[in-house]
Design a protein around this ligand. Structure first.
Ligand code: AMP
Length: 371
């Protein structure tokens, strides 16, 4: 069994990984790290969130940084503010025992650009950015991409579905000749294929990992069946059984999330909704309250909860089944973090049962009925 040290990762990073309870490389890490550390030419990794891909590209990036050069040498593009912050946070944690001064800066929309401009004037080695904000910064000449040697497109499919194609083209036109491009995506639809053809080497290394081989396997999946109109009652009954435990409830639409949070608040639960209609400031406030444990229950839509990294959640409730099967994995992965056991429960009406069956089939999991 290969260790991180076998993959070429140096001692101080291994100490940091140990502290994060990251001991055994995952499939994408085994396949990507040796290549990215050695040759590091263009790379296409088909892997989704939860497979450990951040470390798979993050560790080779940190190894490749020259601390003496004070302008950005690596650029990581990611679809949302939360993901940018999360990636930057992970990289920062990896450097904890390193004696080099390497700095990671996250820049994203919905936050004050002046502050980000100021921060970028400090020595910065790795920039994690949303494509739109990076373009803004480029137009203001607040960022220098002349020393970028690695560009990562993280969750490339999500960036495209959020409408960032034009921005990606502009950025890749600047970087393609002097940088290696490492693309990570859960799926490779036509538009990604065209990015690969336009901007990446024809002999780019390609790696695919089992889509559902996510790290958090220690999740118990359950479901209850009731009539549609009985769902609120069923949810209250479940929440009562959970006492002071903290958890996340998923709804399909913004309106559903808003209404359900209202119902919970009316039922004296310490709850808030997180959805796309909130201003960035409000979203941050809700996220912060939830992370700081001031909020017990968060009701969210799939998009709003992307990248939400919270610890010690006892349960995840699927109040509505997700639109896409992979969302079920994303949702459930919010519990059972860092080696803890988690619990994922779907509250379904009769007509949702077949959907639940297909989730089971596609993900190769068993969802047990609670009677
Ligand atoms: P990612 O797919 O990069 O979003 O990673 C998902 C989570 O898995 C993060 O919280 C990582 O800290 C954690 N993680 C990454 N690599 C490993 C590993 N080899 N073993 C256990 N956990 C890991």
């Amino acid at each position: 069994m290969k260790t991180f040290s076998d993959l070429g990762i140096s001692g101080s990073f291994i100490d940091a990984l140990n502290e994060l309870n990251i001991k055994k490389p995952t499939e994408i890490q085994l396949k990507a790290i040796p290549f990215l550390m050695e040759t590091g030419t263009d790379f296409i990794g088909q892997a989704q969130t939860g497979t450990g891909k951040t470390a798979a590209f993050g560790l080779p990036i940190l190894h490749a940084m020259n601390p003496e050069v004070h302008i950005p040498q690596a650029l990581i593009l990611s679809p949302t503010r939360e993901l940018c912050q999360q990636i930057a946070r992970q990289l920062f944690k990896f450097t904890r025992f390193w004696n080099q001064k390497v700095f990671v800066e996250a820049v994203y929309g919905g936050a004050k650009i002046d502050e980000q401009i100021k921060n970028l004037r400090r020595p910065t080695h790795v920039v994690v950015a949303t494509p739109g904000r990076l373009i803004d910064l480029l137009e203001r000449k607040a960022i220098n991409l002349s020393a970028i040697k690695i560009v990562v497109l993280d969750e490339a499919d999500e960036m495209l579905s959020m409408g960032f194609r034009k921005e990606l083209d502009t950025i890749l036109d600047i970087t393609k000749d002097k940088s290696n491009t490492w693309l990570f995506s859960a799926t490779i639809p036509g538009e990604i294929q065209s990015i690969i053809e336009n901007y990446m080497a024809p002999d780019a290394m390609r790696v695919q990992v089992n889509q559902f081989d996510v790290i958090n396997r220690d999740i118990e999946h359950k479901f209850v069946v009731c009539k549609k109109e009985e769902k609120p009652g069923m949810l209250f009954h479940f929440l009562k059984s959970q006492g002071k435990n903290r958890g996340l409830i998923f709804c399909r639409t913004k309106l559903d999330a808003k209404n359900l949070a209202q119902e919970l608040i009316a039922g004296n639960y310490n709850s808030e909704a997180l959805h796309g209609d909130l201003l960035q400031k409000e979203r941050d406030k809700v996220m912060r309250a939830f992370k700081n444990k001031k909020l017990q229950i968060l009701v969210a839509t799939d998009l709003a909860a992307r990248g939400l990294d919270v610890e010690e959640l006892a349960y995840v409730v699927h109040y509505h089944l997700p639109e896409k099967t992979e969302y079920y994995t994303h949702r459930s992965g919010r519990t059972a973090r860092a080696g803890r056991k988690g619990f994922s429960i779907s509250i379904v009406s009769q007509d949702e049962r077949s959907e639940l069956r297909s989730i089971e089939r596609e993900l190769g999991i068993t969802i047990k009925e609670v009677r």
